[in-house]
Ligand binder design. Sequence first.
Ligand code: NAD
Length: 243
Amino acid sequence: MNQESKVAIVTGASRGIGKACAIELAKTGYTVIINYASNDDAANAVVKSITDNGGQAKAIKCDVSDSVSVKCMIDTVMNEFKRIDVLVNNAGITKDGLFIRMSDEDWLKVINTNLNSVFYVTKPVVKIMMKQRIGTIINISSICGVYGNAGQANYSSAKAGIIGFTKSLAKEIAARNITVNAIAPGFIETDMTSGLETEKIVANIPLGRLGKPEDIAQTVKFLVTSGSYITGQVIGVDGGLVI
Ligand code: NAD
C-alpha cells in the first residue's frame, strides 16, 4: 500500500453515510480506514469497491464506544500509515422511544455510541493532528441535535452534545490549523431510516426528496477539499427541511 498518501478515518463506514463518505474520500485520493463494528463482509466489500477503482483502503474492526479498542485502532493506523489527516466521526445508532418509557440502557447505549465515541476517537487523533499542524475533523450530528425530535430524547441529546463538542474543540485547536465542523443531516435514505413512513416526511421537504448518503459525502468532500477557512460550523444537509 502507498504510504505517501494522506489518510482519512471514517467510523461506521461499512454501510450508509459512512460508506459513501469513505468512497468519496478514496476518490479524492485519501487512503481510507473503514472502521466498522461487526459486519466483516460489508466492510471488506467497501474496501474492495475502493481498491477495484484504484483507491486505497483498509478495514479495521473496532467498537468506537470502547475507548481501549479505539486506542488499538489508532495505534494500528499510525504504525502502518504514520499520519491521520481527516477524521469523520460517523458511527451512530438509534434506540427510539417516548421519554417516559425510555430505559437507562437505551439512554446509555445511544449516548455511548453516538457521543462518547466521538470523544474516544477524536482525543488520540487530535494529538496526532496537533503534531502534524494540520487536520480536518467532521462530526456527523443530525437536525435532531439542533431542533429536537419527539421519541428521540437520547439521540437528540447525543447529537446536540456533538455540536457543543464541535464548537468548543474548534476554538481550542484552530491555532494548530485543525478545523472541526459538524454536519446535520435531515432524512437520508439508509438502513437507519428504512422503517420510516417517507411520504409524510417528503411532503415537508422543500427539495421534494429524501437525501442520499452521497449528499452527505459531497459535503464531507467540500469541507476536506475547500473548507480550510471553515471551522466550528454546523452545516445542515436536509433538503431545506429546516429553514
Ligand atoms: P446506518 O445505521 O446505516 O450506519 C451506521 C453505521 O455505524 C453502521 O455501519 C454501524 O455498524 C456503525 N456503528 C454503530 N455502532 C458502532 C460502533 N459502536 N462502532 C463502530 N461502528 C458502529 O446509519 P446512517 O444513516 O448511515 O448513519 C450514519 C450517521 O449519520 C449516524 O451518526 C447517524 O446518527 C447520522 N444521521 C443519519 C441520518 C439519516 O437520516 N440516515 C440523519 C441524521 C444523522
